[in-house]
Design a protein around this ligand. Structure first.
Ligand code: NI
Length: 227
């Protein structure tokens, strides 16, 4: 499932992130890529432990905590600590690749299975040309370029790339989620059920049917969950 989650970051968060990034210490992005990805990766990342990375990470984590849509779609169990990257100048693209299946969290050594890949855009499409995230999803190829503060979530198993940025810089925060529900198909069913229950409640309030279907949601989750 590929999903657009609008406004994970608010306008103030974005201004803070952009001013932190104005003179941030960028490093070669290849340091954190696997052998195949390293061959096609040409971008820059913030050092994991610098002040800008730390502050942007906490803004993003707080934004995720406020987002019921992200929670419903991802059903997060563990998160790989968000990182910040940029594309532009001589380091302006990332060719087709699949993300490593397992990432190690730097601070804790904990393993995270990368069921879901996420990008939070930190500047607007008007600030740069190119830089589309192109994802080969179950339902065909999708080309993504969202407003600052918006998040895209897509299956970790999909082949994807970031097209060359030909003007300006593309700033983003990225991370992976190990989900409570490993299967993308099962997560999609749960998400669809949850969203339609929400709409039913908005239209008709709580009814015997919404109560029963909420039971179905939780019973499916209980069947599939891996705590
Ligand atoms: Ni990737």
């Amino acid at each position: 499932m590929l999903l657009h989650v609008p406004q994970v970051l608010g306008a103030d968060d974005i201004l803070t992130a952009q001013s932190l990034l104005a003179d941030a210490p960028w490093t070669d992005g290849r340091a954190s890529a696997g052998p195949q990805a390293r061959e096609v990766k040409h971008n820059e990342q913030l050092a994991h432990d610098c002040e800008a990375a730390r502050q942007i990470r906490s803004l993003v984590m707080a934004g995720l905590d406020r987002s019921p849509l992200f929670f419903s779609a991802a059903l997060p169990k563990r998160l790989f600590t968000p990182r910040v990257n940029r594309y532009g100048g001589d380091s302006n693209h990332y060719g087709n690749h699949v993300d490593n299946a397992v990432r190690i969290v730097a601070d804790t050594g904990q393993r995270v299975r990368t069921d879901i890949s996420c990008t939070v855009f930190l500047n607007d499409p008007a600030d740069y040309d190119g830089g589309e995230l192109v994802v080969q999803d179950t339902y065909g190829t999708q080309s993504i370029k969202f407003q600052a503060g918006d998040l895209v979530l897509y299956p970790g198993a999909s082949v994807h790339q970031v097209k060359p940025v030909t003007r300006g810089y593309r700033l983003a925060c990225f991370f992976w989620v190990e989900s409570l529900v490993r299967s993308d198909d099962q997560r999609r069913l749960l998400y669809d059920l949850d969203m339609n229950l929400l709409r039913l409640r908005q239209a008709h309030g709580e009814t015997a049917e919404t109560t029963a279907l909420t039971g179905t949601y939780h019973n499916l989750l209980r069947m599939w969950v891996d705590t």
